[in-house]
Ligand binder design. Structure first.
Ligand code: HEM
Length: 220
């Protein structure tokens, strides 16, 4: 993909994101500031949250396109490297959607009662994300290229931190009582969300580099 095409795509997505952000608050296209006619939309909030992280991943992809190492590809990655990196991106995206659904539905009195299965699925999928990230991380570290070694190390570090923060977020949610959300819960859940964005971007980066450095006719 050419950097110019990517820049235009990101620009258009940022415009959509702005529109979604406004609609998430008002519910409809309006200039009104009267709370009685505004109805915040949870589902648009979910789409807005997921798209934000996707746009961030595209920015990181763009930075890869513009790096020196990208301009001189060699035949390096096998079909399996690319397959695992691809599966990791899909699992990460699902994980993000589940996390965003859980977080936004929790804010609604009626929907909050239906969120536990989302959280259980999110935790179960975390095991699959972990396995895929470890496979991709180890395979990339084993490749003879400094970018791949670095990507593998970053991926392994981020996924470990994400699991710790996820566990922390869960404990914080379980122990808090009353309506006021304690500061430590805000910190740990926000850190989990932010690190999730880094992990998604790292997974996408691993995939795009694996495709760029594709080797032909490699079976291992
Ligand atoms: C490596 C795997 C994981 C990834 C990639 C991941 C990603 C995410 C993301 C991106 C969000 C926020 C979504 C948003 O609102 O935009 C989230 C929320 C959440 N995740 Fe995870 N997660 C992972 C593992 C876990 C684990 C293992 C647990 C629990 C043991 C967990 C518990 C939670 C909880 C409780 C929330 C909601 C936090 C809140 O209320 O803000 N996650 N996750």
């Amino acid at each position: 993909m050419k950097a110019r095409v990517m820049v235009i795509a990101i620009f258009l997505l940022v415009c959509v994101q702005g529109l979604l952000g406004g609609l998430r608050v008002t519910g409809v296209l309006t200039m009104s500031q009267d709370p009685s006619v505004l109805a915040p939309n949870i589902w648009l909030g979910v789409v807005h949250g997921v798209l934000a992280q996707c746009i961030f991943a595209l920015f990181v992809w763009l930075s890869s396109l513009m790096s020196n190492a990208w301009q001189t590809p060699s035949e390096l990655t096998s079909k399996k490297d690319r397959l695992f990196a691809h599966l990791l991106c899909i699992a990460m995206l699902l994980q993000l959607v589940l996390g965003a659904l859980y977080r936004h539905m929790l804010g609604d009195e009626v929907l909050a009662t239906k969120t536990s299965h989302l959280l259980y699925t999110h935790i179960a999928l975390a095991a699959i994300v972990l396995i895929l990230a470890v496979i991709v991380g180890i395979r990339f570290i084993g490749l003879n290229h400094r970018v791949f070694k670095r990507l593998g190390t970053i991926l392994l570090s981020l996924v470990s931190l994400q699991l710790l923060l996820g566990g922390g977020a869960l404990i914080a949610i379980m122990i808090h009582k009353g309506d006021t959300i304690p500061v430590y819960e805000v910190l740990v859940t926000t850190a989990h969300q932010a690190n999730g964005a880094l992990l998604l971007a790292a997974s996408v980066t691993c995939f795009v580099w694996s495709v760029r450095f594709k080797s032909k006719g490699n079976v291992h």
